[in-house]
Write a protein that binds this ligand. Structure first.
Ligand code: PLP
Length: 397
């Protein structure tokens, strides 16, 4: 019999699996080109050529025993960590060294490593709705308690008054995700400054450490020149979790890193514990070949213009049909207001037109649906007449 704790997890994950299976089923009946699957955040811009070249060069030039071996440190190759630190310093004016970097198995691996490192049973982890639903599971993995700040549906910046009220002596961590999945919103510098001062005050008031975990797999995916503040500069106890899944289109390769700056309280202990957590969670180390690849591709970028064209076309098309949504500044998601209160009903109606959308309740924000526009441009263009038909059911226009 499976563990009690897993029973809920299995029940919850079946909804996502069901959607995936539904996409495949519809594709078999109607042909993949007639299915408008906006459910998955899987990049569809190929990885830059530099990735392929780096793989070939590495395979040809390196000692296979080293390239495919365990790394000597569970935190990753020293030269890779050094290269990541130097690149961050150049871009953000920070002062990191190799000791501040832990290579991870994507952002998901990094989040699990840092939560394992920090969380005692019963500790509270705050997240701002709407948020990536896995935060709840990851927190639960370490018997932490996820505390939600309710969504601000005006502009989807975090509700800071409610945030301040929800911080307690048990608050150990706060997770922010900007650019955000599922809204595409970038938290403004003003928001970040206010958030930092609230956390500083609360640390003093309670005599506790409150760590800010910046989950930022979408950092590089921003439009119209929007700046994404680098959070370590605003708050001393910030830990960054980064991933190459979206920025280099390598989600299956499972590679990213954590930044644990020296300014973090007990930074040496946190860095050592993250190293041990990487090992004992069973990751052992981030994939060695992938570490070497990304170190050679630190200046590479995905083709943001591809996603931007999708963003503009889908956003305008949906507005023209009378749907309400705010224009995303980053990531590759649109968060659309459901024309009926129960957004699951709206998702079900979408399926009649072969449109697949994810209900906002998966992100703790019912009444909305998420569309992942990391699909082909044809899918976007061809979906618009279907959205129009769907809109007529609700007389949005
Ligand atoms: N965090 C957020 C907000 C995400 O959207 C995702 C993936 O979609 C992840 C973390 C996990 O990313 P990774 O593939 O790097 O583990």
């Amino acid at each position: 019999m499976i563990a009690d704790k897993m029973k809920n997890m299995v029940a919850n994950s079946s909804a996502i699996r069901a959607m995936f299976e539904e996409g495949n089923r519809l594709a078999q009946i109607y042909g993949a080109e007639n299915v408008y699957d906006f459910s998955l955040g899987n990049p569809n811009v190929p990885a830059p050529d530099a990735v392929k070249n780096a793989i070939i060069e590495l395979l040809e030039d390196s000692d296979p025993l080293i390239l495919h071996g365990y790394t000597n440190s569970n935190s990753g190759y020293e030269d890779v960590r050094e290269a990541v630190a130097v690149s961050l310093n150049e871009r953000f004016g920070t002062n990191f060294a190799a000791r501040n970097i832990v290579m991870t198995v994507g952002a998901a691996g990094g989040l699990n490593v840092i939560l394992k490192t920090l969380i005692n049973p019963g500790d509270e982890v705050i997240a701002f709705a709407p948020y990536f639903g896995e935060y709840r599971s990851y927190t639960n993995n370490y018997d932490g308690v996820l505390v939600e700040v309710s969504p601000n549906t005006v502009d989807f910046q975090p509700k800071l008054d409610e945030f301040a009220e929800k911080i307690t002596p048990k608050t150990k961590a706060v997770i922010v995700n900007t650019p955000n999945n599922p809204t595409g919103v970038v938290y403004s510098e003003e928001t970040i400054k206010k958030m930092a001062s609230i956390m500083e005050e609360k640390e003093k008031e309670f005599g506790t450490e409150i760590y800010l975990i910046s989950d930022e797999p979408y950092r590089e995916l921003v439009y119209d020149g929007v700046e994404v503040p680098y959070l370590t500069k605003y708050y001393h106890n910030t830990i960054v979790g980064y991933s190459y899944s979206k920025s280099l289109s390598l989600p299956g390769e499972r590679i990213g890193y954590l930044v644990i700056p020296d300014e973090v309280t007990d930074s040496g202990d946190v860095q050592s514990a993250a190293n041990v957590a990487t090992r004992i969670l069973g990751f052992v180390n981030a994939p060695t070949l992938q570490q070497k690849i990304v170190a050679r591709c630190l200046n590479e970028k995905t083709d943001i213009s591809y996603y931007n064209r999708n963003r503009e076309t889908l956003y305008q098309g949906l507005k023209d049909c009378g749907f309400e949504c705010i224009k995303p500044e980053g990531a590759f998601y649109l968060f659309v207001k459901s024309p009926v209160e129960d957004e699951k009903e709206f998702c079900a109606a979408g399926k009649k037109y072969n449109i697949l959308m994810v209900p906002g309740s998966s992100f703790a924000c019912p009444g909305y649906v998420r569309l992942a526009y990391c699909v082909s441009y044809e899918t976007i263009v061809n979906s618009l007449p279907k959205f129009r038909e769907l809109s007529k059911e609700y007389q949005t226009k």
